[in-house]
Design a protein around this ligand. Structure first.
Ligand code: ZN
Length: 115
């Protein structure tokens, strides 16, 4: 991959290029609230755009809108923990189901009130 001076290859390899930046900004404008907070009946402004299926595992899905969700910082931390667990037990394919449906998650990843 061609690199501009000063740009580190790893950033490109991880998918954080200009196309991603534009997509992320537009996605946040279209989805200003945290998707996980909405699932929990809370209104919270989103801070980050999360890849539901991680770029490192599914690089072909990095610019797929259906693989994105807007999250607040706290919910992103929770998603990351759930993602690490899914990777450990080799169930990354289940992650989109867990993300969308709180009742389908392992107990430890259900927010209080959804146990
Ligand atoms: Zn949230």
């Amino acid at each position: 991959m061609k690199q501009r001076d000063g740009a580190r290859g790893s950033r490109h390899e991880r998918g954080y290029d200009a196309r991603w930046t534009r997509l992320r900004d537009r996605f946040l404008r279209e989805n200003p609230l945290c998707a996980e907070c909405l699932r929990c009946n809370r209104d919270q402004v989103a801070d980050v755009v999360d890849h539901i299926q991680p770029v490192r595992d599914f690089p072909d899905k990095r610019l797929l809108k259906s693989n994105l969700q807007a999250l607040c910082v706290a919910c992103h931390a929770g998603k990351t923990a759930m993602e690490q667990y899914a990777r450990e037990i080799d169930l990354l394919d289940e992650l989109p189901i867990w993300v969308a449906d709180i009742s389908a998650r392992p107990l430890r990843f259900r927010p209080s009130g959804f146990r």
